[in-house]
Design a protein around this ligand. Structure first.
Ligand SMILES: *[C@@H]1O[C@H](CO)[C@@H](O)[C@H](O)[C@H]1NC(C)=O
Ligand SMILES: *[C@@H]1O[C@H](CO)[C@@H](O)[C@H](O)[C@H]1NC(C)=O
Ligand SMILES: *[C@@H]1O[C@H](CO)[C@@H](O)[C@H](O)[C@H]1NC(C)=O
Ligand SMILES: *[C@@H]1O[C@H](CO)[C@@H](O)[C@H](O)[C@H]1NC(C)=O
Length: 432
């Protein structure tokens, strides 16, 4: 990719970074594959995902925000922000409902079941008014298809992420969605879901890649939480994706909310757990053993929950140990090189937070130093509904998302100064 010159330009009365007209963001780059530490496009040039997340995995199981803005208007934000791709999230429950032929798949039922008859009817009518190509009978998957069609029109590449099994806000410990075999995380349905949706989305013109599972984490009632179990199920799901679409990149996330994945590039033994079904078992993740060996990408998340004041050399060297060995051919401990994608990063867009800790500054430096793809969390200014187990109130309709790039009603940028100093600098940090 050629160098981005991000120009502060007036858009309405807001200064927003715009990409150059020459930025290549199109289907002709596909398929993507990997070569050592890099993702390369169809021309053999290095490709970096520069995305934001657009959630579609919550209770309604359709992408958020459609009561506030049309799909066309929402997608139009991507090139305007200088982004070349989206991380679009979905729930396996959506696919389970297809297999059970559930009547709940229509837009009408999806919204009314999530929001109740009264508020649901209001929101449904707003969605239909803003998006006349949809009807009450449009299914959730057809809503995703409409979204994908619009991304294709704008030459925005689509990365599909399986965020959860049961559709609600991710992620909490012991929330049922966190680890293989947990209450809602039925491994068979997950793999079936990947086979089904990959066959479907490979026809989206700008579909490029699949994120197998978001933020795997500890769970008390599930299969043993260990790297051996990770290996068994992640490689099965990867096979399912690869069989359905041999062109797709496949993202593998790490453990503990995807905060570390270093055992994979370091080629460590992936062990089972004593006194469980995986006791005494171990295996090594050897990329050459897989038919999708040139499609494997590692993903990692980084948030600022500790409100870091570490200086950047400290921040970067601590974080490096969590998996960036994958990018470092000069490290003798690195056994296998893989591309890394920072598939979630973000913080509150309130105009000041970006400079209150060293997180934002050091993240930009890390991208400058190591040249890796990233996917910001997130686009939404608000949600249809948010259910959070074990919290009061348990569900909130129309919850505002203060971390979103857009404002509450998805009509404008929430905090231009934050974007200028974070998202836009993450773009310019990528040289090629
Ligand atoms: C449809 O949704 C309703 C309300 O959530 C639920 O009670 C019902 O079991 C669902 N039906 C099917 C077939 O899943
Ligand atoms: C698995 O066990 C071996 C032998 O004890 C150890 O060297 C290795 O570091 C362990 N793997 C991980 C990922 O901890
Ligand atoms: C932004 O959020 C941070 C963290 O909650 C807080 O310290 C700061 O005061 C907020 N800034 C504004 C302008 O509200
Ligand atoms: C329905 O919408 C109204 C107005 O936005 C809100 O005050 C109310 O809490 C919503 N009902 C539920 C059950 O969340």
């Amino acid at each position: 990719m050629s160098k981005f010159f991000v120009a502060a330009t007036l858009l309405g009365n807001l200064a927003i970074a715009l990409p150059p007209p020459t930025a290549r963001r199109d289907a002709s780059l596909l398929p993507l594959s990997t070569k050592g530490r890099d993702i390369i496009d169809n021309n053999g040039d290095i490709f970096h995902f520069m995305s934001t997340n657009w959630p579609g995995h919550q209770e309604t199981m359709i992408p958020e925000g459609l009561q506030h803005a049309s799909i066309e208007d929402i997608v139009a934000w991507f090139p305007r922000f200088g982004l070349n791709s989206v991380r679009l999230t979905f729930a396996i429950e959506m696919i389970d409902d297809i297999f059970s032929n559930s009547p709940n798949q229509t837009l009408e039922k999806s919204v009314l079941n999530a929001l109740g008859e009264k508020n649901g009817t209001i929101v449904l009518n707003q969605i239909l008014e803003r998006n006349p190509q949809l009807t009450k009978e449009t299914t959730r998957l057809e809503v995703f298809d409409s979204v994908a069609k619009e991304f294709a029109k704008k030459n925005i590449i689509v990365h599909l992420d399986n965020h959860v099994s049961k559709a609600f806000w991710c992620c909490g410990e012991n929330d049922g969605n966190g680890w293989f075999g947990e209450e809602y995380f039925d491994v068979k349905k997950w793999i079936r879901g990947w086979s089904y949706i990959t066959k479907h989305v490979k026809n989206w013109p700008t579909f490029a890649s699949a994120g197998l599972r978001n933020e795997l984490r500890n769970a008390n009632n599930a299969e043993p939480v260990d790297w051996y179990t990770w290996y068994v199920h992640m490689t099965s799901a990867a096979n399912a994706v690869h069989e359905a679409d041999p062109d797709a990149l496949i993202f593998f996330s790490g453990l503990s909310y995807d905060t570390y994945i270093d055992p994979i590039p370091l080629g460590k033994m992936l062990n089972g757990t004593d006194e469980t079904a995986t006791e005494g078992k171990s295996v090594i993740f050897i990329p050459n053993n897989f038919p999708y060996k040139d499609k494997i990408v590692l993903e990692i998340h980084k948030y600022d929950f500790e409100a870091t004041q570490d200086d950047c050399p400290t921040f970067k060297s601590k974080w490096y140990e969590k998996g960036f060995q994958a990018l470092d051919a000069s490290n003798p401990a690195t056994k296998y090189l893989f591309p890394m994608v920072l598939s979630e990063w973000g913080f509150i867009h309130n105009g000041t937070y970006w400079s209150q800790t060293t997180y934002n500054k050091c993240l930009i430096e890390m991208v400058e130093d190591w040249q890796f793809s990233w996917q910001h969390w997130e686009l939404s200014g608000s949600f249809y509904l948010q259910t959070r187990p074990n919290r009061t109130p348990n569900t909130i309709q129309g919850l505002e998302e203060f971390w979103g790039l857009l404002n509450y009603d998805w009509s404008t940028v929430r905090s231009p100064v934050t974007i200028e100093n974070s998202l836009s600098k993450m773009i310019t940090a990528l040289k090629e």
